[in-house]
Design a protein around this ligand. Structure first.
Ligand code: AKG
Length: 264
């Protein structure tokens, strides 16, 4: 037990110094198949690529459940503490032979720059490699604070066609590829400079990205209380969504998804 605690403290220190930690095994092979199958049911429903999916942690039971995976919570609690909430999930998929990429940016541009109390978990539902556009980070840049961002003008931007990108040129010689096997995860600090290249391979890259924060610092309207006892009257607890039972019926499932979630 002491060795385990020491390892966790070491990992937390490593994260604070570098702004990134990886790889960490989260899902078994069986779980990867289960969650990939859930995503494939969504793809089947739309019958076209769904590279950017958001607004799903409060609508889809499998997504809600995955955010509460004990292995993820055990991995992040030495860093965030024992009061943990889920703010949101994105599923970012790069289809084979496409030139969709993510420009260099810091997630802090969307929220509170000085926050050391939130982080993202990037969980691979497929192998994620330099060839299929794995995430890249510039280690330790979370310590440099805010970079100037401009609105991207590139249609091939995976996040949004005008999503923020860093205004100056990034020295890519310092970039590290966050290569992951399916079922492994990386953690990144919200102020670290990161992005990813296009997928010129023949394999699909699927990233399930969860944003967590320490509940005590939350300023949100609603969230999933994942761990701990702290509760706020003004923050609505997101409850476990009801299972949608007609997922194998693409027409019904598409209708449900269009009514409930954000797809690009
Ligand atoms: O999936 C990617 O390639 C980039 C993800 C990203 O920007 C993020 O998780 O903040």
């Amino acid at each position: 037990v002491i060795e385990e605690i020491e390892n966790k403290t070491f990992e937390a220190q490593h994260f604070h110094e570098n702004g990134v930690a990886f790889p960490h095994r989260i899902l078994s092979e069986k779980e990867v198949i289960h969650f990939r199958n859930e995503f494939e049911l969504m793809e089947n429903a739309f019958n076209h690529p769904i590279p950017y999916v958001r607004g799903i942690h409060n609508k889809l039971r499998w997504v809600y459940d995955l955010t509460l995976h004990p292995k993820i919570l055990n991995y992040i609690s030495p860093i965030l503490g024992h009061e943990i909430s889920v703010l949101g999930v994105l599923i970012l998929t790069k289809y084979p032979q496409t030139n969709i990429y993510v420009p260099w940016h810091q997630d802090g541009v969307y929220s509170d720059w000085n926050a050391d109390h939130s982080l993202s978990v990037w969980l691979a539902l497929s192998d994620s490699t330099p060839q299929n556009g794995c995430m890249q980070v510039i280690p330790q840049t979370h310590l440099d604070l805010k970079q100037e961002h401009i609105a991207s003008t590139d249609q091939n931007n995976l996040i949004h066609k005008r999503s923020p990108e860093i205004a100056t040129k990034i020295d890519e010689s310092k970039a590290v590829n966050l290569e992951l096997k399916a079922g492994e995860a990386s953690l990144h600090h919200q102020n670290i400079i990161h992005g990813s290249k296009a997928n010129y391979s023949n394999t699909k890259r699927i990233g399930f990205v969860i944003k967590y924060m320490n509940t005590k610092h939350a300023k949100h309207k609603e969230m999933i209380y994942a761990r701990g006892t702290k509760r706020y009257n003004h923050i609505k607890a997101i409850e476990r969504p009801i299972e949608f039972h007609a997922k194998n019926d693409p027409v019904a499932y598409k209708h449900f998804l269009e009514q409930n979630i954000g797809i690009k």
